[in-house]
Design a protein around this ligand. Structure first.
Ligand code: C2E
Ligand code: MG
Ligand code: MG
Length: 639
C-alpha cells in the first residue's frame, strides 16, 4: 500500500502558521495558552514523522531500518502524547490546573503504559513490525494505542460537557468541534487507509480552537493592546479556585466626559500611555484593561508591603500629567485592593467591584468592603422587591397636603412602602432606584396607581375634602409604551376620573429624558391627568424645559427649606433663604402653584404662608400613614 502524504504536508504548513500566530503576536500569557502551544509542537512532530515515516514505509529499499524505525516511533509516541496533552488543555480551560494535579498524574498512566509497550516493541514486535520487503504492518497489540487515544478523547468530551457552564458556550463548542473532527478521518481511513487524513483533520480542529479560544482578539483590548476583561475572567475563573491572590483595581473616573472633552482618539492615546506604564510598572503581575478607564492587576503571589509599593507608585504617577502638548492632563485615580476568596467569592462579585463607577471627587482608595456590602444589600433589596410583588405586600401610605388658600387638607401624596417580615421597613429612597434599574418599578407603579384608584373609588376621600391624590411617576414608567392604556384601563375599572390624580415627576428625571417625558406627558394630558414637578431645586435644574411642560404645581424640595431655616445661621443658610424666597416669587410670577415639602414646624408653616406658598406638606401636618390612619386624620382635622 502506498501512503498519500499530501494532507500531512498541508497540515505542516497550517501548523507552522498557527505556531507563528501564537508565538510572535502579542498573545495571552495563560497556562492554557502554553499547553495549546505544546499541542501544536506534538502535532508538528507527528506530521513530520508521519511524512518521513510514510515515505520510508512506501519505499523501504531507499532507507535503513533504523531511520524507518525512528520515524515510526516518533510518529506513534508524539501522536499519543497529543491526546493526553489535549486532556490537560481541557483541564486548564475549566480551571483545574492546581487542585487536580494528582488527577493529571493519574491520567498520564495510560499514555505511560502506551509508551512502555511502544518502546519495548523492538523486543516483542506486537505494536508494529515489518514484512520481508520491509513494509510496515500493525501488530496484535496495536489496538491498545487506538484504545488509549480513544479513551482520552471520550474523557475530554465528558469533561467538556460536564463543565460547559464554566467554560462558556463558545469554548465548549470549539472543544467539541475539535473532538468531533478527529473522528471523521478514522471512518474515512477504514475505507481508504492509504489517505493519511488524521493529522490534517486534527490540525483543522486545532485551528478552530485557535480562532475561538486562543484568538488574541478575544482577549486583548483593541484600544490599549493589553489583556482585556475576558482574559481576566479566564484568569479569575482559575484563581477563584486557588483563592490566594489579590486583585488591584485602578480606576480613572468619567471616561465618557473626557472622551467628549478631548475626543475619542486623543483619549485613547492617553489610555494607551497609561496602560503601557501600568503593564511595565506592575510586571511580573498581569494588568488588564477592563474598559471605561477601569484597570485590574492580578497578583497571584504578592506580599502586602509590595501592594503598598504599587499603590504609592500609582498615586505618585497620577499626580503628574499624561499625554503631551495641549492634551496633557492630570486625572484623579482610585486604587482598590481586593482579596480574592476573602473580599469576593465569585467572579461576578469581582467584576461588580471592577465595574462600579468611581465614587468620590479626587484621587482616593476604593472602599472594598463598603462596595461589597452595598452590592449585597442591593441584591437583597431586589429579592425583597420580588417577594413583595409576589406576595402583594407592598403598601401605599398617604401624606396630607395643606392648601393655604382653603385653610385645610385638600390633597395627599401616595407613597409606596416596602415592609418585610424579616428586614422591617425598607426606605423608598433605597428600593425605588433599584426597582428603576431592574424594571420592577413598572409593577410597583401600577400597583400604587391601582391602590389609589381603588381608595378613591370608595368615595371617602372625596367626602373628606380630598380633591386629588398625588402619585409619583418614575421616568422608567414614562418610557413604557403602554402607560396611557394601562392608566386609562385602571381608571375605567374603578370609575375614577383622571382629574382625581396628579402625577409627580422628579426634576432629575426630566433633565435626562426630556424628549421621552415630553411625549408621555402630552399623551397622558389627553387623558385628563395633571402634573407636578417634584424635588425642584435638587436635580439638574434646567429651567428651559420647564417652560414647555404643563406642570400645574412645582414642589420645592425639603432640603432647600431646611437649609434656609437652619437654626445654625451662616452664609450658606442666608443664600438658601434668598434662593427659597426668590424661587417662590419667580414660580408664582410664572403662574405655577408652589408646594414646599418638609414642613416640620409651625414657624416654617407661617413663614411659607407669608411668602404666598399655595400648598404645604410635611411632618408638621402628618407623616405618611396607612389608608385607615389617613381617614382618621382627615376626620379629626375636619372637627
Ligand atoms: P418624594 O416624592 O419627594 O416624597 C416626599 C418624601 O419626603 C417622602 O419620603 C416623605 O415621607 C418625605 N417627607 C415629607 N415631609 C417630610 C418632613 O417634614 N420631614 C421629613 N424628614 N421627610 C418628609 P418617602 O416616603 O421616604 O419617599 C422617598 C421618595 O421615594 C419619594 O420622594 C419618591 O421620590 C420616592 N417614592 C415613594 N413612593 C413612590 C412611588 O410609589 N413611586 C415612585 N416612582 N417613587 C416613589
Ligand atoms: Mg413625590
Ligand atoms: Mg419630593
Amino acid at each position: 500500500m502506498i501512503y498519500h502524504i499530501e494532507y500531512d504536508i498541508a497540515a505542516v504548513f497550517i501548523t507552522l502558521f498557527m505556531a507563528y500566530y501564537i508565538i510572535f503576536k502579542k498573545g495571552v500569557r495563560r497556562h492554557a495558552n502554553r499547553v495549546y502551544l505544546s499541542m501544536l509542537v506534538f502535532n508538528f512532530l507527528a506530521e513530520i514523522s508521519d511524512i518521513f515515516g510514510s515515505l520510508a514505509n512506501n519505499q523501504p529499499e531507499y532507507t535503513t531500518r533504523y531511520i524507518q524505525d525512528f520515524w515510526n516511533y516518533l510518529y506513534l509516541s508524539s501522536h499519543n502524547v497529543l491526546a493526553y496533552v489535549f486532556v490537560i488543555y481541557v483541564f486548564y480551560l475549566i480551571g483545574y490546573e492546581k487542585t487536580k494535579r494528582t488527577a493529571l498524574v493519574l491520567l498520564a498512566i495510560p499514555v505511560g503504559i502506551d509508551m512502555l509497550l511502544l518502546f519495548s516493541n523492538p523486543f516483542h514486535r506486537q505494536i508494529f513490525y515489518y514484512d520481508e520487503q520491509g513494509h510496515y504492518l500493525h501488530g496484535k497489540l496495536f489496538f491498545i494505542i487506538y484504545a488509549v487515544a480513544l479513551s482520552y478523547m471520550i474523557y475530554a468530551i465528558y469533561m467538556t460537557i460536564r463543565h460547559r457552564k464554566g467554560i462558556s458556550k463558545k469554548r465548549a463548542s470549539a472543544l467539541l468541534f475539535f473532538l468531533m473532527i478527529t473522528f471523521i478521518p478514522v471512518v474515512v481511513q477504514i475505507i481508504f487507509p492509504q489517505y493519511l487524513l488524521t493529522l490534517f483533520f486534527e490540525t483543522l480542529g486545532l485551528m478552530g480552537i485557535l480562532f475561538t479560544i486562543e484568538s488574541k482578539e478575544d482577549t486583548v483590548s483593541p484600544t490599549t493592546g493589553i489583556l482585556n476583561r475576558y482574559a481576566l475572567q479566564a484568569a479569575l475563573d482559575r484563581n477563584m479556585i486557588n483563592k490566594s491572590c489579590y486583585l488591584l483595581l485602578v480606576k480613572i473616573p468619567n471616561l465618557n466626559y473626557y472622551n467628549k472633552m478631548i475626543g475619542f482618539e486623543n483619549m485613547n492615546g492617553i489610555l494607551r500611555r497609561i496602560s503601557k506604564w501600568m503593564d511595565e510598572t506592575y510586571a511580573p503581575h498581569t494588568c488588564y484593561d477592563c474598559g471605561r478607564g477601569h484597570f485590574a492587576v492580578l497578583c497571584e503571589q504578592i506580599a502586602k508591603t509590595d501592594i503598598q509599593v504599587i499603590r504609592s507608585k500609582t498615586m505618585e504617577r497620577f499626580e503628574r500629567a499624561w499625554g503631551k502638548g495641549e492634551f496633557s492632563l492630570v486625572f484623579p485615580v482610585q486604587f482598590g485592593v481586593v482579596n480574592i476568596g476573602e473580599d469576593v467569592k465569585t467572579v461576578e462579585n469581582a467584576f461588580m467591584l471592577i465595574d462600579r463607577p468611581f465614587e468620590g471627587k479626587s484621587s482616593s482608595d476604593l472602599n472594598v468592603s463598603k462596595a461589597v456590602h452595598d452590592y449585597e444589600r442591593g441584591v437583597l433589596i431586589e429579592r425583597l422587591i420580588d417577594k413583595a410583588l409576589h406576595n402583594k405586600s407592598f403598601k401605599v401610605y398617604y401624606q396630607p397636603i395643606w392648601s393655604t388658600e382653603a385653610g385645610r387638607i385638600n390633597s395627599a401624596e401616595a407613597l409606596c412602602r416596602l415592609i418585610d417580615d424579616e428586614y422591617g421597613m425598607i426606605s423608598p429612597d433605597e428600593f425605588i432606584p433599584i426597582a428603576e434599574r431592574n424594571g420592577t418599578i413598572l409593577n410597583i407603579g401600577q400597583f400604587v396607581f391601582e391602590e389609589v384608584c381603588r381608595f378613591y373609588s370608595e368615595g371617602h376621600l372625596r367626602s373628606l375634602g380630598i380633591d386629588y391624590v398625588e402619585v409619583n411617576l418614575s421616568v422608567v414608567q414614562c418610557m413604557a409604551k403602554n402607560l396611557k392604556e394601562l392608566f386609562d384601563g385602571i381608571l375605567e375599572t374603578y370609575s375614577v376620573s383622571a382629574e382625581c390624580i396628579n402625577l409627580e415627576i422628579t426634576e432629575s428625571a426630566t433633565a435626562e429624558n426630556q424628549k421621552v417625558l415630553f411625549d408621555t406627558i402630552e399623551i397622558l394630558e389627553d387623558s385628563g391627568f395633571t402634573f407636578s414637578l417634584d424635588d425642584y431645586g435638587t436635580g439638574y435644574s434646567n429651567i428651559t424645559y420647564m417652560y414647555d411642560m404643563p406642570f400645574s404645581i412645582i414642589k420645592i424640595d425639603k432640603s432647600i427649606l431646611w437649609k434656609a431655616m437652619d437654626p445654625e445661621t451662616g452664609e450658606g443658610q442666608r443664600n438658601a433663604m434668598i434662593y427659597l424666597e426668590n424661587t417662590i416669587r419667580m414660580l408664582k410670577d410664572m403662574n405655577y402653584a408652589v408646594l414646599v415639602e418638609g414642613v416640620e414646624t409651625v414657624e416654617q408653616k407661617r413663614f411659607l404662608e407669608s411668602l404666598g406658598c399655595d400648598y404645604l406638606q410635611g411632618f408638621y401636618f402628618s407623616k405618611p400613614v396607612p389608608k385607615d390612619g389617613f381617614m382618621d386624620y382627615l376626620k379629626k382635622s375636619a372637627k
